[in-house]
Design a protein around this ligand. Sequence first.
Ligand code: ZN
Length: 311
Amino acid sequence: MKNVRAVVPQCPICSGQNTVFVSQHFNFLNTEIWFCSLCRHWFGYPEPNILDLDRYYREIYSPRRKSYFGEEYYVFMERRAKAQSRFIEESLSRCAIPINMQQWRIMDWGCGIGALVAEFQHRGSDVIGYDSDLEAIEIGQKRWTANITLSSSHDLDVCHGLIDLLLLSHVIEHFSNIRQTLQDLIQVLKPGRFVFIEVPNCSSDMFNVPADHESHLNFFSSQSLIRLLENLGVQVITCLSCGPPREQTIPKQQSSPNYDSSPLMVRGMNFLQKLTSIRMRDKHIRTIYDGFYDHYSPDENGMWLRCLARI
Ligand SMILES: [Zn+2]
């Protein structure tokens, strides 16, 4: 579809106006998806208001996440948490930063069921996780005795300048007013300390077919993620693409027999199940059981972007 609008939206990452209309947003009636060619970023415009967002999370997002809850999902999250913590450790050691996380204060914002919180607890850190989904919190508390609790905006004020490591795993793609929201969040960090971010790694293929956008308002490429952080004065230490090759989980076209409009998480889990088959093992694609989450794609084609940065 051609962009015929008289006024085009500014890119929320680089403020550029080389933006083109891509599609309607799957989840929000009055929101469209636009693409910025300068920093390769896709974004929702206009952003839904707070009432629409609240309603979406309450009525659709939380019930859907709840439907995944079960042993397989918990193991999925445990494996990912281990890979993420190893990534953080390795990134720090590569830039010769002494790591004694037992003395670190760590905050996980949007922690979900809290697997990453539990992982750092296990390593002896002083860690707390916040989420808005009470049901997810109760699961993490029960399964891992994770130190996680319901979030409020007050939590950020209380922790201002006290945190060594802020964890934002699959969170910032949901933010509206992304630069300001991220700026407000990193205020919890002590000067010179660290933020970990993981987001889906987007490409134009993802918008060629109608798919559930899972309420994301920002769709990152490595360029746009790095640009966002640098514009906030945050120094990127490592930013890598990881996970399975994303073309394996993106249908080529709607008429394809493998077409699947289900959310990325579900497609990821379906893909994981396929990976356990002998056929996939023969292709030497890593699986959930042998380092799948530690697979870093040299061609930037993995499903996710994993990043450690320093303020
Ligand atoms: Zn841009």
